[in-house]
Design a protein around this ligand. Structure first.
Ligand code: PYC
Length: 310
């Protein structure tokens, strides 16, 4: 399998450019299910150490069902599969541009949760129009040890998020281990209380946010991903869910720019329009850089041929 690695505001994406599993066509959901059922060893080999890292998100290009799309894409990580991935879509766009595979400046990708469009703003910058995003439930209170009751919103931005105002404590790189523990506690509390997104969707991303000090951004966030790693970028689907919350609480008007900073200082510029159903259609602008190209090798006698289980 040949791949190209990039990072979007620090968060890595590995695009498989040849030799990946043939998922046989059908809807992106069907292709994802086939990937999970028949080729999970490929996911693990691509993502886990020693060939990958816990923070890595993989992207497999596959045939779209929508003829207006340039490609289908399935995103995956150390724990399984993602419905959508914002930093990953920007990484795919920059990778395809690097390969000279973007006609003009527009790219349309079909994902298991809907179609997203990208506009190249330069070789290392793209603007993503994400799937419609919304608040499923606002003001959900949960209890975790060591903290007063926490209130958060359940939001959809292509994945499910629980978004918690964390203004009382700074969100800074040196606090990443502590923030990770807090998010794991929150996720456990949601699970124990059976709190889910719509149709029982598992809330597998936790997002804490606070004011961004004097950096000029509107907010800084910390996003815990399903496999227990934090997002180095401000998280495209998480920022989309955040826009939905801001719109629901009348804190941001359509077309206004929201600058979302990550815990390590990466930034997305975000805004939204409302669609006919009153849902938020997010636009997320960010930068990605190619960082390596390579071939995955799996020797048959390698005890870690499918990666080191995390
Ligand atoms: O950017 O949407 C995102 C994302 C999800 C998980 C990691 N990054």
């Amino acid at each position: 399998m040949r791949f190209i690695d990039s990072h979007t505001e620090g968060e890595p994406t590995r695009v498989v450019i040849s030799g990946g599993p043939d998922l046989g066509g059908g809807s992106l959901r069907q292709q994802l299910d086939r990937f999970a059922r028949d080729f999970d060893d490929v996911r693990r080999a691509l993502i886990l150490e020693p060939r990958g890292s816990e923070a890595l998100v993989g992207a497999l290009l596959c045939p779209p069902t929508d003829p207006s799309c340039d490609a289908g894409v399935i995103f995956f990580n150390n724990a399984g599969f993602l419905g959508m991935c914002g930093h990953g879509s920007i990484g795919v766009a920059v990778t395809l541009a690097y390969l000279d595979r973007v006609k003009g400046s527009q790219l349309k990708l079909e994902t298991p949760v809907g179609v997203v469009s990208l506009e190249m703003l330069g070789p290392n910058e793209a603007s993503l129009q994400n799937v419609p995003s919304y608040v499923h439930q606002a003001g959900v209170t949960i209890a975790i040890d060591g903290y007063p009751p926490l209130r958060g919103d359940i939001g959809w931005g292509g994945n499910w998020f629980f978004l918690v105002d964390w203004t009382h404590t700074p969100i800074r790189p040196e606090l990443i281990p502590k923030l990770t523990q807090v998010c794991l506690q929150i996720r456990r509390a949601l699970e124990e209380r059976g709190i889910t997104g719509a149709n029982g969707g598992v809330i597998d991303h936790i997002e804490l946010f606070c004011a961004a000090d004097d950096s000029g951004a509107d907010s800084r966030n910390f996003v815990l991903c399903p496999g227990g790693e934090y997002d180095r970028s401000p998280c495209g689907t998480g920022t989309s869910a955040k826009l939905a919350c801001l719109a629901a609480h009348a804190e941001l008007k359509p077309g206004e720019i929201w600058t979302q900073e990550s815990v390590i200082g990466g930034r997305f510029q975000a805004s939204y329009q409302l669609n006919a159903e009153g849902r938020v259609v997010p636009t997320i602008r960010g930068r990605a850089y190619i960082c390596s190209e390579g071939t995955i090798v799996r020797q048959p006698n390698d005890p870690f041929i499918n990666g080191i289980p995390s």
